[in-house]
Design a protein around this ligand. Structure first.
Ligand SMILES: C[S@@+](CC[C@H](N)C(=O)[O-])C[C@H]1O[C@@H](n2cnc3c(N)ncnc32)[C@H](O)[C@@H]1O
Length: 273
């Protein structure tokens, strides 16, 4: 079988499950063959060893069952960096890049001590530290398995000397040293919508009935851990913006600002202690 034939057959199998079946077939082929996408695209007429064909179609079938591509290839691009992912962590979302961009804008490349509450794969904290080389930070997560992934990403992306990861419920986390900035992408999926997400860990998603259950304690905790003048930035469901603004006010935050994602919906709130 030729490379082009395998990829076309893969694309046809994936067309019901994916919005980008050709791209996904190419990514899977690249993954099994160990060659770059560019290499593959330039060699559509070359023959493929039988073993590679078998492995490729086995993965295509997995993907057809609905398993998200990053859980098959164990890789997700975020902020232009390659993050290792597995089923113990939420797959980093493109919109979350806006939170990191805002944190980097505010930090203005100055030295900061930051905290990431619910770090998961570490994508927010690790990419923040990757692009702000003067800062240091702590990532906490209730899941030991998620922390293992975050640790691995900090090592792969060479920020491990400036980061510490702690397994903890954020409610129990204490630190003598206060933070200049705290960010969080907490679980905020509504209970009646969580069944739509089939493969990701429930603990990374479930935000209670209206998706805002975690915010009162999270926001109050962030306030208590910040230095005066420090900033808290959190991701939200756009439908919860008004409610979370009230929660920010109640916790004591000022200069509250809403930030839109690239679809122009309010998806982030920030406030200053
Ligand atoms: C929506 S995921 C975000 C992961 C990652 N920060 C990202 O943006 O892709 C939320 C994370 O919070 C963690 N988490 C949930 N409840 C927590 C708690 N009470 N304390 C600490 N972490 C918690 C979950 O394990 C999960 O990794």
């Amino acid at each position: 079988m030729k490379i082009g034939e395998a990829i076309k057959a893969g694309k046809d199998i994936l067309k019901d499950v994916s919005d980008a079946p050709l791209l996904e077939a190419e990514v899977l082929f690249s993954f099994v063959s160990g060659k770059s996408k560019e290499f593959i695209m330039a060699r559509y007429d070359c023959s493929v060893p039988e073993g590679t064909v078998k492995k490729f179609f086995a993965l295509v079938q997995k993907r057809k069952k609905g398993i998200p591509l990053p859980y098959i290839t164990h890789f997700r691009e975020f902020m232009g960096l390659n993050f290792f992912v597995n089923r113990n962590v939420l797959i980093p979302r493109q919109e979350t890049e806006t939170l990191v961009e805002e944190a980097l804008r505010v930090s203005n490349n100055k030295e900061m001590h930051v905290l990431d509450m619910g770090t998961g794969s570490g994508c927010i904290l690790v990419s923040f530290l990757y692009y702000n080389k003067f800062s240091s930070g702590i990532g906490i997560d209730i899941s030991q398995r998620a922390i293992n992934v975050a640790l691995k990403n900090s090592e792969r992306l060479n920020v491990s000397k400036r980061v510490k990861f702690v397994v903890s419920d954020f409610r129990n986390f204490v630190s003598e040293k206060k933070f200049d900035m705290i960010f969080s992408n907490p679980p905020y999926v509504r209970s009646d919508e969580v069944s739509q997400v089939r493969y990701e860990p429930r603990v990374a998603l479930l935000g209670g009935k209206d998706g805002t259950e975690i915010y009162p304690e999270l926001t109050a905790k962030a306030f208590s851990l910040l230095k005066p003048g420090g900033m808290f930035i959190t991701e939200i469901d756009y439908r919860s913006a008004d409610k979370v603004v009230e929660i920010f006010e109640k916790a004591g935050f000022g200069r509250i600002r809403a930030i839109n994602d690239y679809t122009h919906r309010i998806r982030f709130l920030e406030g200053v202690k």
